[in-house]
Structures are given as C-alpha cells and as structure tokens.
Ligand binder design. Structure first.
Ligand code: GAP
Length: 462
C-alpha cells in the first residue's frame, strides 16, 4: 500500500500522464497555466463520472429536468447574480519577486516563528506572510490585498467594445436560473422539482494548482432543486445524504469523505445552510471541498426577476398564489470528482513478481471494462478467435486489446488503468469454446463459456 499520501498524488499524476488519462494544456508550447487536456482514458473516465451523475440525477427521476445552456453569458445575467461585483478573491503581491498569490492560500506562519521575528525586528509582524515562491516577505500593511474578479471576459461579435462584452460562465447554475421560466412553461412541473446541468465553467483563478484540483477551465455537475419556502431544511438534509452516498456507492472509501457544515458566521447572507462534502485529497490541508450543497433561498430567482423584469414566480394552484420557490443546490466538480476517484482507487500491492500498481476503480467508472488477449501473439487461430470475441464484446462494452509481451505484463498494464476483467484466449478455447477471465482485484482466474461472457460481465459491471 502507498503510505506516503503526498507521494500518492505524485504517483497518480505520473500515471495519468503516462497512461493517457490527463496531459498539460497547450503542452507543446510550454503549457497554459490552469488548463489540462483529457486523453483517451481520461475522457472515458470523465464521461463515466458524468454519466453516473446524469443517470442518478435526471434519468432515474421524473422530477428533475436537464438543460445544456450556453457558455457565453450576457453581462446582465452576471450583474444580476452578483458575480460582476462580488466574484472576487483577495490578491496579494510579493514585494521581492512580484509574483501574485491569493491571500487566503498563503501559509499561516507558525505563531512561535512570528513572535521570534517580531522580537528580532522590535515590531509586530502579524501582517507579514511568506512568499511561497521566493520565501520573501509579503507585507500586507504596505501592500494590502485587493479584490481580483475571477470572471473571464470576451467579446461576442466583431467589435471589441463595451456593448459586445460577454463572459464565459463561472458556474453552470446561472444558465439554470435564466431558464427557470422556460422549464415552467414547457414542462409544467410541480414543486418540488429540479433542473440539472453538466458543463464547462471558467474562473481566472489567481493560483490554480494541485493538478486538476483547481483549474481555470473545469466542469461542473449542478442541480437546482426548487422547493416550497419552509420545506428547504427537509430537502437540504435529504440532498446532503443523497450526494454523500453517490460517492460511496461509486467506491470512495467512507473514511476519506466527510461533511463540513458551515457555522452561521461563515454562511453567505442569503443561505440558511451550507455543507461541503470534503475528500481527503491530502494537499495543503488533509481535507478539501469536493462538492458544495447549499440552501440559496430565493436569492437567484428574485434577483433575476428584478433585473430582467420577467416574472419568475411559481403559481401554486393548491394555494392559489404566486411565490418564488426556495432552492437547494448540490454543486459538484467533475474534475475534482475524477481526482478523488483516481486517488481513492490507486493502490500498490506486493506480489511475487514485485509491486503491482492497480487502480481499483468501480467497474462503472473504469475506462475499459474488459481487455481481450490472445495467449500467444504469433498463433493465427488464437488471434482470429480473440478478435471475434473483442468485436462481439465491443458492441456492449469499452474493450481494450493487447497482444504485446507476456500475459503477466499485459495484466499489469490493465491493472494500472483499472480494467476490471481480462479475457485470455488460449489453446483450450479452441477445443471447448471457453476463455479464462481474470479479476483485477482478486487476481483469480476462472473459465467461462464464450457464450456466457456477455451476461457474466454485465452482472459484474452493470
Ligand atoms: N454554483 C455554486 C458553485 O459554483 P462552487 O463551490 O464555487 O459553487 C462548486 O463550485 C464545485 O465546483 C466545487 O465544489 C468544486 O468541485 C468545483 N470547482 C470550483 N472551482 C473550481 C476550480 N477552479 N477548479 C476545479 N473545480 C472547481
């Protein structure tokens, strides 16, 4: 097992690059900070994560509707939501190297060390932070932090002026609120009901980092669940539990997940409850936010109604009155979820041939569900048979093909990318139409009739 957790993230980053999961953005030109590209296996993993979310939040329910709103967003939408004036982080600059950082990401210096420096200099130094790049002083009295807006600006159309200014959305949520009336008019839902969306979001983070944990371009999976005012606490509790279980049902170890419930003084003024689902990422802190679940009351709908002049109330025919529903928002990051699933699945196990690296991903999330090998790569009849099995399975599953090197090496390669089952075609196959199926986690092999392979795999995967 990997004991050193810091080491673990480095190993996962290295595996992700080596095996085609995730590469640096614009890499051949030296990279573009805070951007990452998903490779062939990464995109399969990411799509599986998104599909699981979509299936459980939209397809399996009749009270949640999906949308896919535009990324380019009118300035008016983000003025009304408060992003244009308030979506800021505190920016500070090192007086020595002039690099810029987010103040709340700077290490808090040890109290004893601060006292020591203070004694030496003969003055208070509480306002001095250490530059993570050059080790120099960041003096918040001389250079206090300033508010830095995270919105990415662009221009819609050929003229670059204030009239054509537009933003890349900083969250998918606003595209849900601006479609609230469209959903009411077209789908005629009754409270409680939800609108869900998966898609890209963009934030000009001051200090992106920790691989795909904090990036400038990322994906979110967001639900706005509209409820009757007064019933928000009940629904909030339900969503907290539902979202926590989603991660554990997909294989995240309960020990590595926890809630952070915001105390009253940390809540934004319009929220009467917010909890983060935190994962043990072991970055600077042991636990960090994976998903936020918040009661947003009627803040968004009432602000958009006021700014747009469009009635965004709900007509309740039971009570014969109009009102703004309250909303519960479970908001998850796709990339952070991928990182959590990768970290949680990564293991190193010793066996007689050395150390095997294995991604014990839930089969639903694994990029390939099964790999097919001919035992020997130079035996025409084995290859032909293996190809026919590959083609048949490929109609229902993502299948890997590998005929390079010995079988042991092929198993290792599939273990490393999380393929739950490996099917080997050998000489016995030619006699009785059976294959060996090897299980990634137990490494046990069993003989299965080819005609039963599909139902065997379906039983294990779906
Ligand atoms: N609509 C609410 C909202 O956007 P948030 O806490 O700012 O809330 C929700 O974002 C989730 O999106 C986070 O829990 C995280 O998983 C993901 N996320 C936010 N900023 C991110 C970034 N810069 N890089 C990667 N994921 C991010």
């Amino acid at each position: 097992m990997v004991n050193n957790e810091q080491n673990k993230i480095e190993k996962v980053v290295s595996l992700a690059k080596r095996r085609g999961f995730i590469f640096g953005g614009s890499e051949i030109y030296g990279g573009l900070g805070g951007t990452w590209d998903y490779g062939p296996l990464g995109v399969l993993l990411k799509n599986n994560v998104k599909n699981e979310w979509w299936e459980s939040m939209v397809m399996m329910r009749n009270d949640i509707f999906g949308v896919d709103a535009a990324i380019l967003t009118s300035v008016k939408v983000l003025e009304a939501s408060g992003h244009v004036s308030n979506f800021t982080d505190p920016l500070v600059e090192c007086t020595n190297c002039h690099r810029r950082f987010r103040e709340d990401h700077l290490e808090v210096l040890d109290k004893k060390l601060l006292e020591k420096i203070s004694k030496k200099l003969g003055r208070e130094v509480d306002h001095i932070k250490r530059c993570p790049h050059c080790g120099g002083d960041i003096d918040l009295k001389i250079n206090p932090s300033r508010k830095f807006n995270l919105l990415f600006k662009t221009y819609a159309g050929p003229v670059e002026d204030s009239a054509s200014l537009a933003y890349l959305r900083p969250e998918t949520a606003q595209g849900i609120f601006t479609n609230f009336k469209n959903i009411l008019d077209t789908m005629r839902p009754k409270l409680p009901f939800g609108i869900a969306q998966i898609g890209k979001a963009f934030r000009n983070e001051i200090t992106p980092g920790n691989f795909i944990f904090r990036t400038r371009e990322f994906e979110q999976m967001e639900l706005e669940f509209f409820v009757r005012p007064g019933e928000e606490k009940k629904h909030f509790e339900k969503w907290r539990e539902t979202r926590f279980s989603w991660y554990t049902d997909l294989g995240i170890n309960k020990k590595n997940l926890r809630f952070y419930d915001y105390p009253k003084e940390e809540l934004v003024h319009y929220s009467s409850g917010t909890s983060d689902v935190e994962y043990r990422f072991n970055l600077k802190k042991e636990f960090d936010e994976l998903e936020g679940i918040a009661i947003r009351n009627d803040y968004d709908l009432s602000h958009h109604a006021k700014s747009s002049g469009i009635d965004l109330t709900y007509f309740d025919d039971k009570e014969n009155k109009r009102f703004f529903p309250y909303v519960i928002e479970p908001s998850a990051g796709v990339d952070r979820a991928c990182l959590a699933f990768l970290l949680d699945a990564y293991c190193e196990e010793e066996d007689k041939e050395g150390v095997r690296m294995v991604l014990k991903l839930n089969p639903k999330l694994a990029p390939y569900k099964v790999a097919v090998f001919p035992l020997l790569a130079n035996k025409e009849q084995l290859i032909e048979k293996a190809i026919s099995i590959y083609k048949e399975l490929n109609l229902d599953f993502m299948v890997a093909w590998d005929d390079a090197g010995n079988i042991g090496k092929r198993y290792r390669r599939q273990d490393e990318v999380g393929t739950p089952f490996c099917v080997t075609v050998d000489f016995e196959t030619m006699e009785n139409d059976t294959v060996t199926v090897r299980d990634r986690d137990t490494m046990k092999q069993e003989r299965i009739e080819i005609k039963k392979l599909k139902s065997f795999l379906e039983g294990k995967i779906k």
